[in-house]
Design a protein around this ligand. Structure first.
Ligand SMILES: [Zn+2]
Length: 630
């Protein structure tokens, strides 16, 4: 009996040792030392699951914002309770002063109109745990404050111990950019304001790198803690406010008929004109102090607009609970009104909830706010997107869907976009292309075109390269096109159903957390049914581009050459001398051995007349060797 117990204990220990060994052993993929350390600290694993000791920090923001439409100024005040869940005492704290992007003379990686430049964020007062660190935009003690572009670092008099919280009290103001040319994260356009990046935000302190002190130079987007927000917006007279989260005092700001229509949209499938043009003929605004709350979200943005129209509907995102999500569009009366925008938005969220990745839309609403600018750039925020209007209808609807998909990535999946912007943008672009079903026209016109012109050039580097800051020209390629194509190849390699299961597992394990690239690789490894390091290496770690060519044709043997490292599938369209045709397909896994040539053998005695290699969806930077003619 005792002996048996020993045997059982021993085999249990062997299994345990084997498990932890496989978890500790590097799996052959190059790993940053920061990730290796995280595995040793048990915050990350090599199975793709969060580690047993995974932690992340968070804040409770209680902020008030006042928008002055005559001076274009936002003034804010409030408090942030910052929770240090890390195992370390924090000796310093980093804030992001995003508006310093517009400060005269600061470094930036995007061109901005000169008329929008200003003096930066004015910090009226900043206190931490009762100690005054800044007053009238000046440090109380020079030695404690450093500024690096938008990064404000404070060396704390008393550190924040592990497991404790710090109370930050602050007031600030800045000039809202109002040039009509730029309105990405925020700005004024005619009589509307979109306000993202409007408050001093505590930077992320994580288990991989500690403080994220990389400044915002204009291109990088989100890497934020999941925090709770309680925000009061003082709108100028005559303006309505839309925002992240829930407004809990609608009765004191909006006419009851509007609220009735909103409630109808919230509980029905039909599309409702919540604010129609005729509603503006009477006064529908009862007050200008709006109160919103949002829990466990990575950011809070709001829009303030005059004479805007509002359409809404709702979908059942979760059939089990019957939970409904409001899908709404907010737009200027005189804009190009794409009546299909709300239909696209609704269909996009039904698609993600029930087709891919089959995860119920994570938030209570998805608002598309159209700022009225034509052909500008759109920007996602949790539950509300700042959308420009595109003249091309297909592109317009693709972008509406794209920005909504960002609610999954990066908002539900808190990727580190300051280092790995490709993680969320790649997914959003992938979802956008997949959502349209068989209609890949935008993918062909935009993504593939850009791939052909940029892949393998100096603007292309391995995705795993920490994208501290990319150049303006390589941004779209590196963040959107290249990672989207990598995901499409991964899906083809794994097969649609397996890929979907892996994507779901990844999202179920990491929603509300900060997955790194390795958490993505190792989760998909569990489903891949074999070692796919060769794929990760080629598509994420190595230089290269997609380029196949027909090297030689000898009777019934065709040699396909892989000239550019990136593995893509082989599709051949054969025409024989009796005018019959044959289509041949080889999955990209034929390249897993690392070979640069692959022989395709034809099982016919007919003579080959022509061969066309590739198809319109397979990236290939040089098509000149893709056609054979006897
Ligand atoms: Zn995007």
């Amino acid at each position: 009996m005792i002996k048996d117990m020993k045997a059982i204990t021993l085999s249990f220990l062997i299994v345990l040792a084997f498990y932890s060994f496989s978890n500790v052993q590097n799996k052959g993929l190059f790993e940053f030392r920061e990730f290796q350390k995280a595995v040793n600290n048990q915050t990350r694993t090599r199975t793709g699951e969060p580690g047993a000791r995974y932690w992340q920090n968070s804040s409770d923001y209680k902020l008030e914002a006042r928008v002055d439409d005559s001076k274009n100024i936002l003034s804010g005040k409030g408090s942030i309770v910052y929770h240090n869940n890390s195992p370390a005492a924090l000796k310093d704290i980093h804030f992001r002063l995003y508006q310093d992007l517009y400060k005269r003379g600061t470094a930036r990686s995007v061109p901005l109109p000169v008329e929008d430049l200003h003096d930066g964020t004015f910090i009226g007062s900043l206190k931490i745990n009762g100690i005054q660190y800044m007053i009238d935009n000046k440090p109380v003690n020079q030695n404690q404050i450093t500024i690096f572009c938008t990064d404000l670092c404070i060396n704390l008099t008393d550190s924040i111990p592990t497991g404790s919280s710090a109370v930050i009290e602050l007031s600030w103001n800045f000039t809202i950019p109002s040039s009509t040319e730029v309105m990405r994260h925020m700005g004024r356009y005619d009589d509307n304001f979109f306000l993202g990046q409007w408050y001093p935000q505590v930077a992320v302190y994580d288990d991989i790198r500690g403080w994220d002190d990389t400044p915002h130079l204009g291109l990088k987007e989100f890497y934020n803690d999941f925090s709770n927000f309680d925000v009061t917006v003082h709108a100028p007279d005559g303006y309505i406010v839309w925002a992240t989260g829930e407004c809990d005092n609608l009765n004191s700001v909006l006419d009851e008929k509007i609220i009735e229509k909103l409630n109808y949209a919230l509980s029905h499938d039909s599309i409702v004109s919540i604010i129609a043009p005729e509603d503006h003929k009477r006064s529908i605004i009862k007050g200008n102090v709006w109160h919103f709350t949002a829990d466990h979200v990575p950011d809070f943005a709001f829009a303030v607009a005059k004479n805007y129209l509002w359409k809404g509907t709702s979908i059942i995102a979760d059939k089990q609970s019957g939970r409904r999500v409001l899908v709404d569009i907010v737009y200027p009366a005189d804009s190009l009104q794409y009546s299909k925008s709300i239909v696209v938005a609704r269909d996009a969220l039904l698609w993600t909830s029930f087709e891919f990745p089959v995860i119920a839309f994570p938030y209570t609403h998805a608002t598309s706010f159209f700022n009225g600018s034509r052909d500008g750039v759109s920007m996602e925020f949790p539950m509300i997107a700042n959308d420009a209007t595109r003249a091309d209808h297909n592109l317009h609807t693709a972008i509406v869907a794209h920005e909504l998909f960002h609610n999954y990535m990066p908002f539900d999946m808190g990727f580190n976009e300051t280092l790995f912007g490709w993680m969320d943008e790649g997914w959003a672009e992938f979802l956008e292309n997949r959502f349209k079903g068989d209609n890949y026209s935008i993918y062909e016109q935009r993504d593939l075109k850009q791939y052909v012109s940029t892949a393998g050039t100096l603007s292309d580097s391995p995705l795993i390269t920490a994208s501290a800051e990319l150049s303006f020209t390589s941004f779209a390629f590196m963040y959107l096109v290249k990672p989207c194509i990598a995901l499409m190849l991964l899906e083809e390699l794994m097969g649609g159903e397996t890929f979907l299961q892996a994507a779901k597992a990844f999202m179920n394990s990491w929603n509300g957390k900060h997955p790194s690239p390795y958490d993505f690789f190792y989760t998909f490894d569990r489903f891949a049914g074999g070692d796919i390091n060769w794929f990760w290496k080629a598509c994420y770690f190595d230089y290269g581009y997609a380029d196949l060519g027909i090297k030689s044709v000898d009777k019934n043997k065709i040699i396909i050459e892989r000239k550019g490292n990136i593995p893509v599938s082989i599709r051949l369209e054969m025409t024989y001398d009796d005018n019959t045709q044959e289509k041949i397909y080889r999955n990209l896994n034929v390249w897993k051995t690392g070979a640069t040539e692959y022989p395709v053998k034809i099982k016919t005695r007919k003579n080959i007349q022509t061969i066309i290699l590739g198809d319109k969806l397979i990236p290939d930077v040089d098509n000149s060797d893709n056609v054979y003619q006897r």
